[in-house]
Design a protein around this ligand. Structure first.
Ligand SMILES: Nc1ncnc2c1ncn2[C@@H]1O[C@H](COP(=O)(O)OP(=O)(O)O)[C@@H](O)[C@H]1O
Ligand SMILES: [Mg+2]
Length: 286
C-alpha cells in the first residue's frame, strides 16, 4: 500500500512541572490518498496529539522520542524549518476545534483571508468567492468584520475557507464542530466533506461523534490510551466492533460532546497554527 500519510509507532510525551504524560504510546496509522478516516476515541486518548503531530504543530512541552511520520514520503519529524513550512503550506490543512483561536483578533476577516491566500488570486472578488464556497451570507460585509463580531459557526466557515483555498492533500479536522451550536454542526460537517471531495483531499476527521463519523467516513480508527487499537471499514468497526473499548464507545451516547465543551489542555501550538493563516514567515517550527 502506498500511503500519503504514514504514522509509525510514535511516542509523544508532554512535560508539565516535572511530570511526564505519555500522550501517544506506539501509535501507528497509514492512510491512502483520497481516504476519509474518522479517528475516534474518548477525551484524552491522544487524537489531537496525533493530528497535530502530522504537521509538527505540537506545543513546546512535547517531545517525540520514538517513531516516524511520513507525509507523501517526507519525514516530517526530521524536516528543516523551511521544508516544514513548505509542507504545511502546500500539503496540509488543519481545522481546529476552536476557530476563533486560529484567527487574529486585531485584524479584519478580509485582511486575514487575503494573507492566507498569498500566492493565489486574493483580490476582493476572489475573497468573496471563497466565502461563498463556504456558504457565508453577506460575504462583502463579513470581510469588513473583526473576529469578535462573528459567531463561532461563521469563524469556522472562515477557517474552512482559508484552509480549503489551497486544496490541501491532507486535511486534519480536530473536532471542528464540537464547539458549535448543534443546528450548524451537520451543515459545517457536510461542507468540509463536500469541499474535500471536490479537491480530492484526504481527510483525517478527529471526533467522538460516531454518528457523523459513520455518515461521512469510509474508515474508522479507534484510539485508546495513546494507541490505535482498532482500524477498518466504518461499517465494520462501528457495526461489529471487536476491541472492548470500541464496543463500549459504540454503546455509549453517540451524540458526543455538548456544545461549547472544550478539551482541558491544548495539544495544538495555537500560535503556530494561527500564524500559518497569516504570515508564513512567522511560523515557529520546532
Ligand atoms: N499541552 C499539553 N500538556 C500536557 N499534557 C497534554 C497536553 N496536551 C495534551 N495533553 C495530555 O495528553 C493526553 C492526550 O491528549 P489529547 O491528544 O488532547 O487527546 P484527545 O484529543 O483524544 O482528547 C491527555 O492525557 C492530555 O491531558
Ligand atoms: Mg482532542
Amino acid at each position: 500500500m502506498s500511503a500519503i500519510l504514514d504514522i509509525q509507532d510514535v511516542t509523544v510525551e508532554y512535560s508539565t512541572g516535572g511530570t511526564i504524560v505519555r500522550a501517544l504510546d506506539g501509535a501507528s496509522l497509514a492512510v491512502r490518498a483520497g481516504e476519509t478516516v474518522g479517528l475516534v476515541g474518548e477525551s484524552g486518548s491522544g487524537k489531537s496529539t496525533l493530528g497535530s503531530l502530522v504537521g509538527r504543530l505540537l506545543p513546546g512541552n512535547a517531545r517525540y522520542p520514538e517513531g516516524r511520520v511520513f507525509v507523501d514520503g517526507h519525514d516530517v519529524l526530521q524536516l528543516g524549518v523551511k521544508e516544514l513550512r513548505t509542507l504545511r503550506r502546500e500539503q496540509l490543512g488543519f481545522i481546529p476545534q476552536d476557530p476563533i483561536s486560529a484567527l487574529d483578533p486585531t485584524m479584519r476577516i478580509g485582511r486575514q483571508l487575503e494573507l492566507a491566500l498569498r500566492g493565489l488570486p486574493n483580490d476582493r472578488a476572489a475573497l468573496v468567492g471563497h466565502l461563498e464556497r463556504v456558504r457565508m451570507r453577506e460575504p462583502e460585509r463579513v470581510l469588513r468584520l473583526f473576529p469578535h463580531e462573528i459567531s463561532g459557526g461563521m469563524a469556522q466557515r472562515i477557517v474552512i475557507a482559508m484552509t480549503m483555498a489551497r486544496s490541501p492533500r491532507i486535511l486534519i479536522a480536530d473536532e471542528p464542530t464540537a464547539a458549535l451550536d448543534s443546528n450548524v454542526r451537520s451543515e459545517v460537517t457536510k461542507l468540509v466533506f463536500g469541499l474535500a471531495r471536490d479537491a480530492g483531499t484526504t481527510v483525517l476527521w478527529l471526533s467522538h461523534d460516531l454518528r457523523s463519523v459513520g455518515r461521512w467516513c469510509g474508515r474508522v480508527a479507534v484510539m485508546y490510551a495513546g494507541r490505535v487499537v482498532e482500524d477498518g471499514p466504518a461499517e465494520q468497526v462501528l457495526g461489529s466492533p471487536t476491541h472492548p473499548y470500541t464496543v463500549a464507545l459504540a454503546a455509549a451516547d453517540p451524540a458526543g460532546v455538548q456544545p461549547g465543551e472544550r478539551i482541558e489542555t491544548s495539544s495544538v501550538d495555537v500560535a503556530a497554527l494561527a500564524a500559518s493563516f497569516r504570515d508564513e514567515e512567522e511560523v515557529v517550527a520546532r
